[in-house]
Design a protein around this ligand. Structure first.
Ligand SMILES: NC(=O)c1ccc[n+]([C@@H]2O[C@H](COP(=O)([O-])OP(=O)(O)OC[C@H]3O[C@@H](n4cnc5c(N)ncnc54)[C@H](O)[C@@H]3O)[C@@H](O)[C@H]2O)c1
Length: 258
């Protein structure tokens, strides 16, 4: 059996209520970690709490907004109070913003996406750096294949996901002497509410047809599952990745190999 290196560790996952964040919380608990679940006020954390408990691990649910500095201080405080340490930070929360040409993207929409996807990751790293240095822990940021290539129609999202990879590399350098590893995963379309909503924006009259057509362009011929991203997150978070830092790992069915 592989040793994930997460037994007895503590993780904090943002956007933990559903999608990739829920799957990551589940997988981290399966690998032996207690999990602090961080999501927006009103987000239903029931599934995430149950997933962690099913592996015999403990969780706490924290309501907050990753774009708000004081919410981060509260989230870290709650995690440390409950578990006494922090080993893993998964900066997963993100939004897509509007779909459409760059010239149609409003300043408000651009700033809103960056507040969550860029500032949220920055605040997470900055807030948790000291606690992670104390455990020689790891950060996994959730970027996207939109953080590697250009694409079309999602300028704010694409810029923010490139920024996440930039911050990943910078933080990997700055924290290397304190033993904190920082990596990113770059998923292609994954079956979550986010991709369902995007399909609705691209082709409201036939969202399933849009997803089917898009999948044909993915070398493995399908969308990914949240658990497939979660497994990559657990790998990068654990001791099995002890010599990997500053990496941006595609989890994309081969899209970026083309
Ligand atoms: N689904 C995909 O195809 C895909 C592909 C590449 C990258 N990603 C990235 O993966 C991450 C998760 O995506 P998903 O598909 O699971 O999305 P999702 O919409 O299914 O879930 C996102 C979660 O984040 C939470 N969230 C949103 N804004 C928040 C905020 N300001 N503060 C705290 N929590 C907040 C939401 O409440 C929700 O629970 C995102 O960063 C996304 O950009 C997703």
């Amino acid at each position: 059996m592989t040793h994930s290196g997460l037994e007895g560790r503590v993780a904090l996952v943002t956007g933990a209520a559903k999608g990739i964040g829920l799957a990551a919380s589940d997988a981290l608990a399966r690998a032996g970690a207690d999990v602090a679940l961080f999501d927006l006020p009103g987000a239903d954390m029931t599934a995430a709490v149950a997933a962690v408990a099913a592996h015999g691990r403990r969780s706490i649910a924290i309501s907050g907004d990753v774009s708000v500095e004081s919410d981060w201080a509260r989230a870290l405080g709650a995690a440390l109070e409950a578990f006494g340490r922090l080993d893993v930070l998964v900066n997963n929360a993100g939004i897509t913003g509007p779909v459409g040409p760059l010239v149609d993207c409003s300043v408000e929409a651009f700033d809103q996406v960056h507040a969550v996807n860029t500032r949220g990751v920055f605040l997470g790293i900055r807030t948790c750096a000291e606690a992670l240095a104390a455990t020689r822990g790891a950060i996994v940021n959730v970027s996207s294949i939109s953080g590697i290539g250009g694409g079309r129609n999602t300028v704010a999202y694409t810029a923010s996901k490139h920024a996440v990879i930039g911050m990943t590399k910078l933080a990997a350098m700055e924290f290397s002497d304190r033993g904190v590893r920082v990596n990113a995963v770059c998923p292609a379309p994954i079956v979550t509410d986010m991709t369902a909503a995007l399909a609705n924006q691209y082709r409201p009259e036939d969202p399933e047809g849009f997803s089917r057509d898009f999948a044909k362009g993915i070398p493995l011929g399908r969308y990914g599952q949240p658990a497939e991203v979660a497994d990559a997150i657990v790998f990068l978070a654990g001791d099995t990745a002890s010599f990997i830092t500053g990496a941006a790992l595609p989890v994309d069915g081969g899209i970026r190999a083309r």
